[in-house]
Design a protein around this ligand. Structure first.
Ligand code: AMP
Length: 308
């Protein structure tokens, strides 16, 4: 952010434990979405935010969520332990990422704020045990959360204060529309809600009507990330695979492709051949495909996230 007037984390009235976690993560200042969303969220507003992966959107909802939970526990009368926040995401992987980010931010208040992830269908029994402890935050896909609500292993009607719908534009396209509608019937009449979405399509508009009350809409211009309309596309015809590899090598060597790059190929075999080819020139490369065990895929994806 170029803006010298930008509001720093330290001026947002955040709990010192959250500020410490933010400092540990090496975040010197909020991203644009965080700068705008956090103060509004702390005022109790419902938010509809257009935010892509990479914009810092997870912390934009997780920081106020944790702040509100900590504030409630530190002030007000002693309250019963209960599930007060739900984060809905379209996939297990996203649930894992969201939970991990929330837990990192809650490093210094882990005793006060507990976070559970109930997105894995195969772990139902252990999730029921976790839910009996009434974690403050529950992350999951709509189907898993609905399943727990229907089994009565999760109750939200008297306790839910904050609902977050992350990657909202994907939820309907992943077929969660009916589950989401059923899930809403289990919520109290009044709660705060944040809807985070990379695009504002018709599905998001429909979701907005269902979930948000009088929301503030944040459509931020993020100059540092090119939007689809700013991306340039080129097509180069190559006769052979060798030509393709050589062209790629030239693009990398001449720094016409800079930074970390994702390269898509048609077949599994070609992905390994390309890696061997690039490694001959000391270009560090890793392969990501559906044949790799889940652990290796996560490890590779983490490398991509860290270095991107
Ligand atoms: P997200 O958009 O939530 O997927 O976040 C993308 C990445 O940005 C994550 O790796 C975060 O650790 C990182 N991030 C989030 N907020 C900040 C910040 N204020 N400063 C630097 N990095 C951040």
């Amino acid at each position: 952010m170029e803006d010298s007037e930008a509001l720093g984390f330290e001026h947002m009235g955040l709990d010192p434990r959250l500020l410490q976690a933010v400092t540990d993560m090496g975040w010197s200042r909020p991203t644009l979405i965080q700068e705008k969303a956090i103060p509004l969220a702390l005022e109790g507003k419902d938010l509809l935010a257009r935010a892509r992966t990479g914009s810092g959107k997870t912390a934009a909802y997780a920081i106020p969520m944790l702040q509100l939970l900590l504030h409630r526990k530190a002030t007000g009368p002693v309250v019963e332990q209960a599930v007060r926040s739900i984060v809905l995401v379209p996939t297990k992987e996203l649930a894992r990422q969201a939970q991990s980010m929330i837990q990192q931010l809650a490093t210094y208040c882990a005793r006060d704020v507990r976070v559970a992830n109930v997105s894995a269908a195969e772990d139902s029994a252990s999730q029921r045990a976790v839910l009996m402890e009434k974690p403050d935050v529950v992350v999951g896909t709509p189907s898993r959360i609905l399943s727990h609500l229907q089994q009565d292993s999760l109750k939200l009607r008297d306790s839910l204060e904050l609902l977050v719908v992350d990657e909202a534009d994907l939820l309907f396209s992943f077929g969660f529309e009916e589950e989401l509608k059923s899930l809403l019937c289990h919520l109290p009449r009044i709660y705060q809600a944040f809807l985070m979405s990379a695009t504002f399509n018709e599905d998001v508009q429909a979701l907005k009507e269902l979930v948000l009350h009088n929301p503030v809409t944040l459509k931020l211009q993020e100059s540092q990330l090119p939007g689809p309309d700013q991306l340039q596309q080129f097509q180069v015809v190559c006769e052979t695979e060798e030509d393709k590899f050589l062209l790629l090598y030239a693009l990398l060597k001449l720094s016409l492709i800079r930074g970390k790059s994702l390269l898509f190929v048609n077949t599994l075999e070609r992905s390994y051949r390309l890696r061997l080819f690039l490694e001959q020139f000391s270009i560090p490369t890793c392969v990501l495909n559906g044949e790799l065990p889940l652990r290796s895929r996560f490890a590779t994806a983490n490398i991509l996230v860290e270095i991107s």
